[in-house]
Design a protein around this ligand. Sequence first.
Ligand SMILES: [Zn+2]
Length: 106
Amino acid sequence: MTAVTCAVKPTRIEAVNTTLVIVWDDGHESYLDFEPLRRACPCASCQGERNVLVEFRPPPPNYTPASFELTGWQYVGGYGFQPQWRDGHNTGIYSFDALRQLENRP
Ligand SMILES: [Zn+2]
C-alpha cells in the first residue's frame, strides 16, 4: 500500500512577519521562514522532474525580494497547503507532511 496519509494536520496557520507559524493537531508548532519555504517549492518548474535514473534540474528560478513575500494561501483537498507569493507564483502545493518536515531541514 502506498496510500498517502497525513499523520498530522494543521489546525491553524498564521503569517507573522516573515515567518509562517503552523499549529498542528498534535500540539506541535512549526516556524517556517518564507525564504526557505519558497526555495523548497515543490512544483515542477522550481524543482524539475525527477525519476530514479535521471534528475533534471531547471535553471534556478530568478528570485526577487517579492518571491519571498507571502500574500496568502489556501488549503488544497484536505492534504496540502498552496501559498501565493507576491511575484505571482502559486503553483507549489506542499503536502502537510512535507510542511511538517521542512522545519527539520538544516
Ligand atoms: Zn514553484
